[in-house]
Design a protein around this ligand. Structure first.
Ligand SMILES: Cc1cc2nc3c(=O)[nH]c(=O)nc-3n(C[C@H](O)[C@H](O)[C@H](O)COP(=O)(O)OP(=O)(O)OC[C@H]3O[C@@H](n4cnc5c(N)ncnc54)[C@H](O)[C@@H]3O)c2cc1C
Length: 473
């Protein structure tokens, strides 16, 4: 590529570094608004942690299995993206059974209550814990920043933390509720206390209790051939030549009117604007030379490690009806598993007829020691635990292990202050933006919404130098 002194048009482009869903969404919405984009991805394929493996008779995910869409609203960037890509007919809503979620207690799977009556009857919580929950509206507001664990203990009691919130936090965040900030990682729940003084009052006001306060609102979606379809399609629909894989950016330098990038191998590229759509550590490396304070802040964001085990069985070998979303395993139950998804129940095409596919998760911030187990023993251990829980006989037909050492960024205590300080340090650098799941939400749908917001900011030529591209959610 020519030097910016010799050519003007490339400077009009935005260069996006990182081809995960954050970078792809930013690129797609910028392209839709008529802006030039170039996307550079270090690995051989786009998608980041989103990867579907098609290994007949099973199809399984190595990253997200689905995401939560809130159709029709201002936040529904996923819906707008799917429509603009022409993927509506490929989008699949999860089986209605997904409304049922199980929690492991006493070696048995118990359904999470989905109504007040079911709550009164569930063996998941003692009578004492149920009465404690009814006292929630009278609990005083917190004053300082709290961990999720401290917040839940204060408002709902220890049992609710152990058998509802902690397993959920492990399942979604691979996180430790004692370290995650309630304000940063569970902003909507925290807002109920702020606004209504009580979670129950807030949930009632929002009409959620009757539908089951534990169930997320919106619809759980994937694609007929798996989550991998989305990044593949975005990359294929961007203008020819605008996406380059095997293109790791190793250095970034501010220049008059733009940015100079150095790729592994020595090639130089220039852009007027640069979006770092990268994991925190990768973004830190590129910022280190000219904004060391920002690099330090990003390096301080912890990540939870994950092992994902896709396991396929002949249907007849599994006693459990697999009639739900899957199950969560509280740490108190003493198993290594964090939980499992009943993948072949959720979406069609994950296992051929007469077979079932379960996706297990292990590790997280609280299970880092277990992940030091070598592959064969780890697979055998998790397969054994699953067999006991679901009543499985015989060996699995398929076992596929994926390890992601830095899987999920942790919004721990002080996270929001960390981001505010980062924005302050990066504010003097016009045309530099950061995106990625380490801020403003970790779900695929969050990353798409945040990409759309950033594209709007860049498209409107305002907000240069802000790093986030939108108000936090
Ligand atoms: C195991 C797992 C399960 C999940 N389950 C769900 C779920 O069920 N539902 C849900 O909604 N969300 C889920 N998530 C979360 C969601 O998938 C992620 O938060 C989201 O996909 C992250 O996208 P990203 O683009 O921000 O980051 P990434 O996917 O990490 O993408 C960053 C990209 O940057 C590239 N890169 C790094 N360094 C460089 C460089 N120097 N130059 C160029 N490129 C570089 C990387 O190769 C990568 O492709 C899950 C995540 C994981 C890990």
């Amino acid at each position: 590529m020519a030097n910016p002194a010799e050519t003007s048009s490339p400077l009009e482009e935005t260069i996006i570094i990182g081809g995960g869903i954050s970078g792809l969404a930013t690129a797609w919405f910028l392209h839709r608004s008529g802006r030039g984009v170039r996307l550079l991805e270090a690995s051989p394929a786009v998608g980041g942690v989103i990867r579907t493996l098609d290994h007949p008779p099973y199809r399984h995910e190595q990253g997200p299995n689905s995401t939560l869409q809130k159709p029709g609203g201002a936040d529904d960037a996923l819906g707008r993206m799917v429509a603009s890509l022409g993927l509506q007919s490929r989008l699949c809503e999860a089986n209605a059974a997904a409304g049922k979620r199980f929690v492991l207690k006493g070696a048995r799977l118990q359904p999470l209550p989905d109504s007040p009556v079911a709550f009164l009857r569930t063996p998941l919580f003692s009578w004492r814990a149920k009465l404690r929950l009814l006292m929630e509206p009278w609990v005083r507001r917190g004053r300082e920043e709290e961990s999720i664990a401290a917040f839940v203990r204060r408002r709902l009691g220890q049992e609710f933390l152990d058998y509802a919130v902690e397993p959920f936090v492990s399942g979604v965040w691979a996180g430790d509720p004692e370290r995650l900030s309630v304000r940063a990682a569970a902003a909507r729940i925290h807002a109920l206390e702020e606004r209504y003084g009580s979670l129950l009052r807030g949930a009632l006001a929002m009409g959620r209790v009757a539908k089951g306060a534990g169930m997320p609102r919106g619809r759980l979606v994937s694609f007929d051939t798996g989550m991998g379809l989305l990044p593949e399609t975005i990359a294929a629909r961007l203008p020819p030549g605008s996406v380059t894989c095997d293109a790791e950016v190793i250095a970034l330098r501010p220049q008059a009117g733009g940015w100079q990038l150095t790729l592994k191998g020595g090639e130089l590229q220039w852009g007027r604007r640069v979006v770092l759509a990268l994991p925190a550590l990768a973004a830190a490396r590129l910022l280190r030379d000219f904004a060391p304070g920002a690099a330090d802040l990003l390096e301080g964001i912890a990540y939870g490690p994950i092992a994902i085990l896709a396991i396929g069985y002949p249907r007849r070998n599994v006693e459990h009806p697999l009639d739900g979303f899957g199950f969560l395993a509280p740490r108190r139950e003493g198993v290594a598993l964090l939980g499992g998804l009943f993948s072949s129940t959720l979406f069609p095409g994950r296992a051929e007829a007469g077979r079932v596919l379960v996706t297990l998760f292990a590790g997280g911030r609280m299970g880092e020691a277990f992940l030091r187990t070598e592959d064969a023993r780890l697979k055998a251990h998790l397969t054994g635990e699953l067999a006991g829980i679901l009543g499985i006989s015989g060996d699995p037909e398929r076992v596929h292990l994926t390890r992601i050492p830095r899987a999920i960024p942790q919004y721990e205590l002080g996270h929001l202050e960390r981001l505010a300080e980062l924005d302050r340090i990066l504010a003097p650098f016009p045309g530099l933006y950061t995106r990625g799941n380490w801020r403003d939400g970790i779900s695929v749908a969050d990353c798409i919404r945040n990409g759309e917001r950033l594209a709007t900011v860049i498209g409107g030529e305002k907000g240069a130098g802000r790093s986030d591209g939108g108000e936090p959610t």
